[in-house]
Design a protein around this ligand. Structure first.
Ligand code: CTP
Length: 242
């Protein structure tokens, strides 16, 4: 299978020396890429800027990006090649309306930044990029974790959303450990607290299983169609012979 993964934060430039970003180490996305490659998949890792200490796993096609707009373009370009897409990136929801070419000087006691909404990359997968494979999103929540995650699953057309409770200090963000709830359309399943590699194992395994089931039902449907067509043919021929 080919698995596309987004990871890390994005950077939204304000001026040549400043940017807006999200709290994300990229560890979860890189662990997913590592595990997916180890399971024999082709992996396309599209990542925002992460700590240099985080190494790109062996055997992974790496596409570095900076802003949410760059990530959108890269995902649009590569998504058609993927069977499974896992969106672990912490994409900045807003960017400055304009990039100021010269460094903004420190004048006055207040500075107002005007922001504009970035495109929802995960939310574009079905409607815009016409992705038909297994789609997995992440949801960082501070309350009503399962309800909010399921809301995102339905809104963005996902098959599974990996939900994190980011109000907990012992897991998530910079931590090496995480505890997640895999949220599906009609049920959910908690993956007990473990290091991010173990969590990645569960996520990749479930996603690959869902994709295998999907591909099987697509090919079963195609076979049923072929059989129906063949029958019609035979009947036609028989009529001709008669
Ligand atoms: N995501 C994305 N593009 C964006 C924003 C988010 O691809 N511009 C993806 C993330 O990678 C993640 C999922 O969408 O897989 C959930 O992100 P989140 O920011 O929590 O979703 P929102 O719909 O923005 O909800 P909220 O109001 O909670 O921020």
């Amino acid at each position: 299978m080919t698995i596309l993964i987004t990871a890390g934060p994005t950077r939204e430039a304000i001026d040549p020396v400043r940017y807006l970003t999200n709290r994300s180490s990229g560890k979860m996305g890189y662990a997913l890429a590592d595990v997916a490659a180890a399971k024999g998949n082709r992996v396309i890792l599209i990542s925002g800027p992460t700590d240099a200490a985080l190494e790109v796993p062996d055997g992974v096609d790496f596409i570095p990006v900076e802003s949410a707009a760059d990530m959108y373009v890269a995902v649009e370009r590569w998504m058609a090649k993927a069977d499974v897409a896992i969106f672990a990136a912490a994409v900045a929801d807003y960017r400055p309306v304009e990039f100021v070419e010269q460094k903004i000087k420190t004048v006055g006691d207040e500075l107002t930044l005007k922001l504009v909404r970035n495109k929802d990359i995960l939310g574009s997968a079905r409607g815009k990029f016409l992705f038909e494979g297994t789609l997995v999103g992440f949801a960082a929540e501070t309350e009503n974790v399962v309800e909010n995650a399921r809301g995102k699953l339905l809104k963005k057309g996902c098959d599974m959303v990996v939900a994190n409770d980011v109000s907990r200090k012992d897991i998530g963000f910079d931590s090496d450990e995480n505890e997640v709830i895999l949220v599906f359309r009609d049920e959910e399943e908690t993956v007990a607290k473990a290091d991010k590699h173990r969590i990645a194992h569960s996520v990749v395994e479930v996603a690959m299983g869902m994709e295998e089931d999907r591909q099987r039902s697509v090919s079963d449907a195609a076979n049923t169609n072929t059989n129906t067509n063949t029958n019609t043919h035979v009947e036609g021929d028989q009529q001709k012979i008669l």
